[in-house]
Design a protein around this ligand. Sequence first.
Ligand SMILES: C[S@@+](CC[C@H](N)C(=O)[O-])C[C@H]1O[C@@H](n2cnc3c(N)ncnc32)[C@H](O)[C@@H]1O
Length: 355
Amino acid sequence: MSFRNYKEKIDEGDTVILYLCNNFFAIEVKPEIKNKKGELIENVYQTTFGALKVRNLIGSNYGSKVELSKGWGHILQPTPELWSLTLPHRTQIIYTPDISMILLQLDLVPGCVVVEAGTGSGSLTHALIRRVRPHGHVYTFDFHDHRAKVAQEEFQEHGLADFVTARHRDVLAEGFGDDLKEKADAVFLDLPKPWTGVPHAVAAIKNDGGRFCSFSPCIEQVQRTCLTLEQQGFQDISTMEVLQSEIKVSRKTVPVRDLSFLKHKKGTVQLVQVPRPTQSGPPIDLAADTLTQVSYDATVACDEDRSEANKPIIDRIPRANILNVATRISACMAADDVPKRMDLTPIEAPNTLAL
Ligand SMILES: C[S@@+](CC[C@H](N)C(=O)[O-])C[C@H]1O[C@@H](n2cnc3c(N)ncnc32)[C@H](O)[C@@H]1O
């Protein structure tokens, strides 16, 4: 229930996030769980810093420090961002840098109706729900029966069931259903053949217009989707890749030359020979004194590298993050009105900076 509202104390049944040495773990606050034999046993969560008795969390404050048998951690309220880092993976998922761009490009605000396929592990769905609630609604579809069922159970456990409907359906074959005709402000597709879903998106988007976005790993998928979007009367089609780089700023002590001798008259400065400490070759002339000063060292680290070691195997498969976004201005645009412009070039962004 803790996804729904921020609150002070942890209740039984909440999903909480254990923060431990820059790692996050989702824990369901259940005092007892069933073992493999189906017997009820005490719920003890094992970490690299020892065991956590889950029962002890009930009644303690969010944000508080908790004792483990060999250390301590902090208990945080769950957010869609933390959930994306900790959720049980049933599929590949979309991560926060792409999610933030998707929410922006879909132009979502509280009250919007958004249609999503496929649901997968529900990573994006949690962010969509937070953006459109309390009066909006997310309709999410997956043709994998078990995934659709587990996602609906998760939304229920997280207290989000009022804002989302998870349905089991092959949307490419059957569309989004008659009840969603001309109801959606936005449609999002994370499917192998998104271009097949474009006509269904047209049927679902409101008559006065809406936004479409698809997420594809291959440029061929992007090309086919762009062509279909153009044929179906979408305007403003653009393709982008979100590349995030993190700048780490740290304190570092470095030697600097004392150049004060430059202030003296010509011919009065005494130079001494100082051998280079790390390189071979002839010694260089330096002023007699060297100073040290604190400077700041900035390095750019790719986000992928940072988390690679901790990712589950399914997620280490490289996945380019290409988004197609487009606006549908009118559902009944004449073929002659279709603009001829189409830009298939992904936006280029540097993944290293010269500092
Ligand atoms: C990559 S996952 C989606 C991950 C999701 N965006 C997330 O962030 O967790 C793709 C999902 O689409 C579903 N899918 C594929 N084709 C589909 C179709 N025609 N209709 C409905 N769902 C489909 C798959 O079962 C899979 O669960």
